[in-house]
Design a protein around this ligand. Structure first.
Ligand SMILES: *Cc1c(COP(=O)(O)O)cnc(C)c1O
Length: 404
């Protein structure tokens, strides 16, 4: 078992008081906290090696370039990509999805179909809608059931020769559902469609193996997995990345520029125009090292305990309903209390130092399905404890009494 107190000591923010109370941070689904090694690595970069990458012959530029490429290699190993040039640095999940959706504008014809799951974050809906508007392709939705699971029989029916790309999250940010992506990838490929997996909520909890999954694209953000904001990864199969046009034009992504014609650089540089978030890219490697040091098996064990305990304790509260009751789920509990607006609970428990997310969680279609304005979402990380859950349960009880 993990020594949770030792782990918590790695995260300076966790010993802070908020509104005079010890911070209880249950908003990990929005962003995770950062361990001291990550914070130190950011300042070390700016103190010792800050320089632009891939450009200068001078020593610091070489050091920065090496550190950036070493980090790319770490990420390649972590997700088991075949080639390091299949691992593109982006600013985050949103950017990665937009890059792919934009690229498909050159591929789709009117009447082609794009399948999007009903469980998506807005950033995995809107870029595909924009793509369909641009190309005349048709957006179809893979429906969900009241447990918050995608209905695979309906998915199978929607697939056809017209399907050109399928997109789904690995894990739902709003409900915690773990989707059967291996099955979905195989089924998409069976009709000749590509498939993109939004792994933003998966990478904090598990280690995806992109070759075993055989997905065409896998995207995630650094900031939800102990890394800094403003950096993320788009994994794409080499063939697909060669097929897609560049997303942004600029420095670093070219082979040769004249006013008559520009030729593009090889992968991964073709998709990495301009000066990237160099510190972020390097430190994402540090964050991944940290998480592997804790160990994903340990992380999962601890988080499953928290999920089970939190579910049991919350259900003691009268009128409380949990949304998202899939067998396969991560440590996210989305709930409401009968007759009370989620925002009101969130505001009161914030005064007690407890950070939860309230609202639609950038997934309005899910809220529309349940006919609710939003939920209170407690999302646990491996550094959280059962004692913190006890404090939250008491706080929610207190808030409920005040509001009813
Ligand atoms: C957070 C999240 C996103 C968006 O990530 P950004 O880091 O804001 O770009 C997309 N999809 C899911 C499932 C998420 O949880």
């Amino acid at each position: 078992m993990l020594d949770i107190q030792k782990i918590r000591a790695d995260f300076p923010i966790l010993s802070q008081k908020v509104n005079g109370k010890p911070l209880i941070y249950f908003d990990n689904g929005a962003t995770s906290q950062k361990p001291q090694v990550v914070i130190d690595a950011i300042s070390k970069y700016y103190q010792k090696i800050n320089a632009n990458i891939h450009r200068g012959v001078h020593t610091l530029s070489q050091l920065a370039t090496d550190a950036y490429e070493i980090s790319r290699g770490k990420i390649q190993n972590h997700i088991n990509a075949k080639h390091s040039h299949e691992v593109l640095f982006t600013s985050g999940t949103t950017f990665g999805i937009n890059l792919v959706a934009n690229g498909f504008a050159a591929i789709l014809k009117p009447g082609d179909e794009v399948l999007v799951s009903a469980l998506e974050h807005h950033s995995n809906i809107v870029p595909w809608q924009m793509l369909c508007e641009k190309t005349g392709a048709v957006l179809k939705v893979i429906p969900m059931n009241e447990k918050g699971e995608l209905i695979m029989a309906e998915f199978d029916k929607l697939l056809s020769k017209k399907t050109k790309i399928v997109t789904t999250n690995h894990i739902s940010n709003a409900l915690g559902t773990i989707n059967p992506i291996k099955y979905m990838i195989d089924q998409a490929h069976a009709v000749g469609a590509a498939i993109l997996i939004d792994g933003a909520q998966a990478v904090p909890h598990l280690k995806p193996d992109v070759q075993d999954l055989d997905c065409d694209f896998y995207v995630f953000s650094g900031h939800k997995m102990c890394g800094p904001t403003g950096v993320g990864i788009l994994y794409g199969k080499e063939d697909w990345l060669n097929k897609l046009p560049p997303y942004q034009g600029g420095g670093e992504m070219i082979k040769e520029v004249t006013f008559e014609k520009t030729t593009y650089a090889e992968l991964p540089h073709k998709f990495e125009a301009g000066t990237p978030n160099i510190a972020g890219g390097i430190v994402l490697g540090t964050a991944i090292d940290y998480m592997n040091g804790v160990g994903f098996e340990n992380i999962q064990k601890q988080e499953l305990e928290l999920l089970k305990y939190g579910t049991k304790r919350l259900l003691e509260i009268e009128g409380l309903k949990i949304f998202g009751t899939s067998q396969e789920k991560t440590s996210v509990i989305s709930f409401n209390i009968k007759g009370i607006h989620p925002y009101d609970i969130g505001t009161i428990i914030d005064k007690l130092g407890i950070a939860v997310r309230t609202g639609h969680h950038c997934a309005q279609p899910i809220m529309n399905y349940f006919e609710i304005p939003g939920t209170i979402r407690a999302s646990f990380s491996f550094y959280n404890t059962k004692e913190e859950i006890d404090v939250m349960v008491e706080a929610v009880k207190r808030a409920t009494l005040m509001l009813s």
